[in-house]
Design a protein around this ligand. Structure first.
Ligand SMILES: Cc1ncc(COP(=O)(O)O)c(C=O)c1O
Length: 409
């Protein structure tokens, strides 16, 4: 988003400083583009938004209005999905340890992906207690797609675990498999998406040939939109949505050639950072500038916890908007936070002019930022959504009362 002093003065006067700013118009445009690209390759595609990435209800409700499903991994996230108006049949419940509400949502037609055999046994027991209900589940499969680590999630497809799970399900009269799920983190290449689509379709072919499944869920892990300065830190020529869609779509179209639309599975992906990162900026302000033994420190009124881990791994896109005071030239400054941690550094090697009161805007902080902010030293700040010229509050500034609410005094 493009900021100027007048706009930022207005935002911070009305909503406080620092501040998360969600660019709703650009988010919506990108969301529609993502879905259009996926659907052009496989017509029965649906997006299921990963709540863990950023469960801000305003954003979740917007995604519901745009037609997206909800992907949750805990009872907390499930209840957020319900609070923003989701019916169970538009919620995908994943995760290695689900809460008791997962059984309720399953009985109500929710889409639940079982992670392990112990969880499966719990569902078999649930089926036995509800003989009149017909329970339908998905299985998260653990597959090797050539990633550099062994994932701990899902049921191992390369050992006896998966056939064992299927035998257990087949011997339970009112339980059946309706979906296959996989997600492999830290694997954002097009090749890894091709591998996961191919492996999952092999599993479908081996265990469910001829039996229509309701869905196949390939998880997430695509590069999303980002500024050039950030993109080049991930490598050259990063793939775009079209590249992923073409790779998966070709395999799915080929496998389901000749199938009627009603019989084909829905293809889900579960983007989180992929669709939200680029559309949240964080506006902090310079509180003091220090020169200590030849080092330059700029203290901001925020902390690395506001921005999330990404600021410790990469140099986030950074914009400075003058606050009105004369600035000083800095050559190699560390932008540091309000906490008392030496390693609370949000940006290293800053070069440019800064003054107390200047606005420092970090881009690409939509994922794992506000949801990962601990109540450490200070509560979290407000969040706003900007649509056209209007700004709406998404989350008010937290107070000490919010923090103390769960403590016994
Ligand atoms: C099961 C699952 N789905 C979706 C996501 C979101 O992935 P991304 O943020 O890469 O879009 C994650 C992230 O860890 C995940 O574990």
């Amino acid at each position: 988003m493009v900021f100027d002093t007048e706009k930022l003065d207005r935002f911070t006067r009305e909503f406080d400083s620092p501040l998360y700013v969600f660019d709703q118009d650009s988010f919506e445009d990108n969301y529609r583009r993502f879905v259009r690209i996926m659907t052009a390759q496989y017509d029965k595609y649906h997006l299921s938004y990963s709540y863990k990435t950023n469960y801000t209800p305003y954003i979740c409700r917007l995604i519901r209005q745009l037609g997206g499903f909800a992907e949750v991994v805990s009872d907390m996230e499930y209840q957020i999905a319900k609070a923003v108006g989701y019916e169970d049949d538009h919620i995908l419940y994943n995760g290695p340890i689900k809460g008791p509400l997962s059984h309720e949502m399953l009985l109500n037609g929710g889409l639940l992906n079982v992670d392990n055999l112990e969880e499966l046994q719990g569902i078999i027991d649930l089926a036995a207690r509800n003989p009149d209900a017909r329970l339908k589940i998905g299985l998260r499969v653990n597959i090797d797609i050539g990633q550099s680590f062994v994932s701990r999630f899902g049921i191992d497809a390369d050992s006896g675990e998966l056939p064992r799970a299927i035998r257990l399900i087949d011997s339970t009269p009112n339980l059946e498999v309706q979906g296959i799920h996989c997600h492999v983190g830290q694997s954002r290449s097009v090749q890894s998406w091709q591998n996961r689509a191919r492996r999952v379709l092999e599993i479908v072919d081996r265990y469910f040939a001829g039996k229509p499944l309701k869905y196949i869920d390939l998880g997430s892990g695509m590069f999303g939109e980002m500024d050039e300065g950030l993109a080049c830190q991930f490598g050259t020529d990063l793939p775009g949505y079209e590249d992923y869609a073409a790779a998966i779509g070709a395999l799915f179209r080929d496998y389901y050639r000749g199938w009627a639309y009603e019989d084909k599975p829905i293809l889900f992906t579960e983007p989180g950072t992929t669709i939200v990162n680029h559309y949240v900026d964080f506006v902090g302000q310079v509180s003091s500038i220090k020169h200590i033994r030849g080092k330059e420190f700029v203290v901001l009124n925020c902390s690395k916890h506001n921005l999330g881990e990404i600021c410790t791994l990469k140099k986030l896109p950074l914009t400075v908007v003058p606050g009105g005071r004369p600035g000083e030239q800095l050559t190699d400054a560390a932008l540091v936070g309000y906490t008392c941690l030496e390693h609370d550094v949000m940006y290293r090697g800053f070069q440019g002019t800064l003054a107390v009161g200047d606005y420092v805007i970090f881009g690409n902080v939509g994922g794992y930022s506000n949801v990962s902010k601990p109540p450490f030293i200070s509560p979290n700040c407000a969040m706003i959504a900007v649509k056209g010229d209007a700004a709406a509050l998404m989350k008010r500034t937290e107070t000490v009362r919010d923090i103390l609410a769960t403590y016994v005094i």
